[in-house]
Design a protein around this ligand. Structure first.
Ligand SMILES: Cc1ncc(COP(=O)(O)O)c(C=O)c1O
Length: 466
């Protein structure tokens, strides 16, 4: 349980922020009338209200109050080149000027070329586009269930695969629940689905073996992020992913890598290639869309082909109105091509900035006597990482290995990382959400200094309340 009374600090920060951003506040009051909680994505709705954004370029945003905000959230970490990168916007402007881009409902050369890049860079035989990571993971699970004829689906505690029926269990840690990660987190989902979801442990090969022993012959798939996102920004170990591959093969289970975050984040392609572990299916989203809503399921031909019109069994992964939207695919193709062509420049630079950022954050809180642990580091085989997530342990010697550790509210201060830090940094015109984010190619060393200074001032403001 949280040990600290943050009510006075939250009130102080909220009042200061209301004074700091009156125009955003007014718009937020207006938003409450028609938009549930004032917006359409819960994570963005920082309390007491989020800044309302008017412009975005590179690492920086502007809001309704005329502030310049330094952004590390970067479109839910989709914007690897920063906001509105010219390489993409110039292509879109050219296309729109030529009357190409909004004629959705047909198919074209662009779709072929974009699919070629994605398959080439990820080692997949076949793929299909969709519009969100959530749909991609849902289709991947349907494909796995149809292919194997089995019903159970296994994920890990802290694994986030979007809000679709099989993925709404075991995302957040609840003290007292079995293994802390067993709760179904949405009403409205049939228990006939959630009862079929087994929750295993991230980077816990022993637990995985035990689960495969117990459920292996009933499992359709094991879906896991090779670099876990919401669950704490941690890289899987090679041993863990290899064990997952071996166990899946032994038991006839499909291995699904959810690379919605990891895809094109560590190299110009899938992160699985760095691990040398090839899944049966993989899902992509975020970065691959170049700022537009593009996602994909990609993988082995025999499995993907169950989406085909003559397949038997057949998964109705038929597509939606906006699937493979031409303007979206133009952004996707342009961005992925850029990353492939500039791979040697982009990823080492992101790795260097990421390393510097994580150290800067630790130093800044450390100077004010606040314990912080920063995940996102490139553990194991990863050559570098642009990601960071701040966790605040109550004690110096607190375990720091798995989501079970840093989402355990008796070990880590959840109010600090999930509410207070974001608000305190907003007062410094810096954006993180739930204490995490990533550097993009638009960030500079100077921007990281600005973050460090903002963290130090935020820490100074907070420390007397701890
Ligand atoms: C690993 C992972 N999978 C799936 C999703 C869902 O993707 P989307 O938000 O595009 O629906 C997310 C979103 O953050 C994610 O991080």
């Amino acid at each position: 349980m949280d040990k600290r009374d943050y009510a006075p600090l939250l009130a102080e920060l909220s009042e200061a922020y209301a004074r700091h951003a009156p125009a955003s506040r007014a718009l937020n009051d207006r938003a409450q009338q028609h938009l549930v909680d004032g917006g359409s994505h819960a994570l963005r709705l920082v309390e007491p209200f989020p800044p309302r954004i008017t412009a975005a370029r590179g690492a920086w945003l502007e809001d309704e109050d005329g502030h310049r905000l330094l952004d590390f959230w970067q479109g839910h970490m989709a914007n690897i080149l920063g906001h509105n990168p010219q390489v993409v916007t110039s292509e879109l402007s050219r296309a729109f000027g030529e009357g190409f881009g909004l004629q959705t409902g047909f198919t074209d050369r662009l779709q072929v070329e974009t699919a070629e890049i994605l398959c080439q860079q990820t080692g997949a035989d076949r793929m299909r586009f969709t519009t969100s990571g959530t749909l991609a993971t849902m289709y991947a699970i349907l494909l796995a269930r149809a292919y194997t004829g089995r019903t159970l689906v296994m994920k890990v505690g802290g694994g986030w695969h979007g809000a679709q029926p099989w993925a709404l269990k075991g995302i957040s840690y609840y003290p007292g629940a079995i293994a802390g990660f067993q709760r179904v987190e949405s009403d409205g989902v049939p228990t006939s689905v959630t009862d079929k979801v087994i929750v295993s442990g991230f980077n816990d090969a022993d637990l995985l073996r035990a689960h495969f022993r117990q459920f292996g012959d009933q499992l359709a798939c094991f879906i896991v992020e090779p670099f876990i996102g919401v669950g704490g920004f941690q890289a899987a170990t090679v041993e863990y992913l290899r064990a997952a591959r071996e166990l899946s093969e032994q038991h006839g289970v499909l291995l699904v890598f959810d690379e919605v975050i990891a895809g094109f984040r560590f190299r110009a392609g899938n992160v699985a290639a760095i691990y040398g572990v090839q899944p049966d299916l993989a899902t992509y989203g975020k970065i691959i869309g170049g700022g537009m809503p593009v996602a994909a399921v990609a993988g082995r031909k025999e499995v993907m082909d169950l989406a085909g019109r003559t397949a038997e069994p057949r998964v109705k992964f038929s597509g939606g109105t906006y699937s493979a939207h031409p303007a979206s695919l133009l952004a996707a193709k342009t961005l992925m091509t850029y990353l492939v062509e500039h791979e040697d420049e982009v990823y080492p630079r992101l790795a260097e900035l990421g390393e510097r950022l994580r150290q800067t954050v630790v130093d800044a809180f450390g100077k004010e006597g606040i314990l912080v642990r920063c995940t996102g580091q490139p553990a194991g085989v990863l050559p570098g990482s642009s990601m960071f997530m701040m966790h605040f342990p109550y004690r110096e010697d607190t375990a720091f290995e798995r989501p079970e550790d840093w989402f355990n509210p008796s070990l880590y201060d959840m109010t600090l990382s999930h509410r207070i830090i974001d608000l305190a940094l907003l007062l410094e015109d810096v954006i993180t959400l739930h204490s995490h984010g990533a550097v993009s190619m638009a960030h500079t060393e100077k921007d990281i200094e600005v973050l460090g200074e903002a963290c130090r001032r935020a820490a100074h403001r907070i420390k007397s309340h701890l």
